[in-house]
Design a protein around this ligand. Structure first.
Ligand code: PLP
Length: 389
């Protein structure tokens, strides 16, 4: 079988591979603590589950329009308008099975050979994978620990050329927990305002923020017209397995992205969409409760990691990942990931899973109980101390 050449350019998300390896070890009877996978450990709030069950009983068992149920597109338009302080019409909304397809579709719709795409590195691995897949040129924007995993407008300006077609932003960020401030975003907006390029703003962690109010690049004057907001329900409402997300973009682009939906998924699951309406319009206490739990775990994991010889960890400002620098252990990131899985029974991810600039780092998801986090920290501590001896 001869695969199309583009398949050799497609990357992957190693979190799923490490998860499979960890599960195989568990099948052999090993006790593994899972800090590798990026999903809330909470159950989906009850009222959202009930809405989906009711929807199935009410006959939401058929195709929906490719861009989503009108009532959900309306609820999303209202929500995004309220949280980003911009007018949003339902025609700008495309509902997808998870937020990830918006990444896939936006890059597919906008970028081709000869185009350059600037993306955060370390960053979500699918950005680089998709840029390569469509034959465009990936231009990494390095996120540095000494800038709290942010970047200056000058650093970004140095990477922009007449060929830059798309800039990908992700705040709060996976894997670093970094957040772009209002001032950072204002500087970025000023930089790109007069250029013919688009922004893909991955805001999937917009509600998992520990200080201050969430800021979107789309809120700055003139930016909504050139921004695709990616958001969804997976992280905010603990709905990763439901597959429900969306993009908000200029209406004209939304018609093209809708065509990609028609060509691929036809539409997003109907009952899941009904649950999405309930998530947005119903009580939000569960979200507050989950963020409060993440905040408590953040303290535990950051303190614990900083007490391990060779680890240096900043306090993440958003999302639910700790991203310590581990250079002081003398090990490469992948070697440490493997050692911790084999010897400590703790599944983590090498920083290099998020791009070349992730070397020297490890990602640990703290979407796990305080008890498990404490147990994991003890085990990591013991293994690292042993290799230092
Ligand atoms: N964007 C980022 C930065 C993520 O970390 C993830 C999931 O891990 C996604 C998008 C995709 O989310 P979904 O599960 O809604 O497709």
């Amino acid at each position: 079988m001869q695969l199309a050449a583009r398949m050799h350019r497609l990357g992957t998300e190693t979190a799923f591979e490490v998860l499979a390896r960890a599960k195989a070890l568990e099948a052999q009877g090993r006790d593994i603590i899972h800090l590798e996978i990026g999903e809330p450990d909470f159950d989906t709030p009850r009222h959202i589950v009930d809405a989906a069950i009711q929807a199935l009983r009410d006959g939401y068992t058929h195709y929906t329009p490719s861009a989503g149920l009108p009532a959900l597109r309306e609820a999303i338009a209202e929500y995004v308008s309220r949280t980003r302080h911009i007018p949003v019409h339902p025609s700008q909304v495309v509902v997808t099975p998870g937020g990830k397809p918006i990444m896939f579709f936006a890059i597919l719709a906008l970028c081709e050979e000869g185009d350059e795409v600037i993306y955060p590195n370390p960053g979500f691995p699918i950005y680089e994978s998709m840029i390569n897949f469509v034959g465009a040129t990936p231009v990494p924007l390095r996120l540095r620990m000494d800038r709290e995993f942010s970047f200056s407008a000058d650093e970004l300006a140095d990477l922009i050329t007449p060929r830059t077609k798309l800039i990908i932003l992700n705040s709060p960020a996976n894997p670093t927990g970094g957040v772009l401030s209002q001032a950072d975003l204002a500087a970025i907006a000023a930089l790109v305002q007069d250029r013919d390029l688009m922004i893909l703003s991955d805001e999937i962690y917009s509600r998992i923020l520990y200080d201050g109010e969430f800021a979107s690049i789309a809120s700055f004057p003139g930016m909504a017209e050139r921004t695709i907001i990616l958001d969804g329900f997976s992280k905010t409402y603990a709905m990763t397995g439901w597959r429900l997300g969306y993009g908000v973009m200029p209406t004209d682009l939304a018609t093209h992205i809708t065509k990609l939906m028609t060509n691929s998924n036809s539409c997003t699951n109907a009952a899941t969409q009904m649950a999405g309406i309930q998530a947005l319009r119903g009580p939000q206490d569960d979200v507050d409760r989950m963020v409060a739990a993440f905040r408590e775990r953040r303290e535990v994991i950051v303190d614990g990691l900083n007490a391990i010889p060779g680890f240096r960890c900043l306090k993440p400002r958003g999302a639910f990942y700790a991203f310590p620098n581990i250079e002081g252990t003398g090990l490469r990131s992948k070697a440490l990931e493997e050692l911790l899985l084999e010897k400590a029974g703790v599944a983590t991810l090498s920083g290099t899973s998020f791009g070349a600039y992730g070397e020297g780092f490890l990602r640990l998801s703290y979407a796990n109980s305080v008890e498990n986090i404490r147990r994991a920290l003890e085990r990591i501590h013991d293994v690292v101390v042993k290799i230092a001896d």
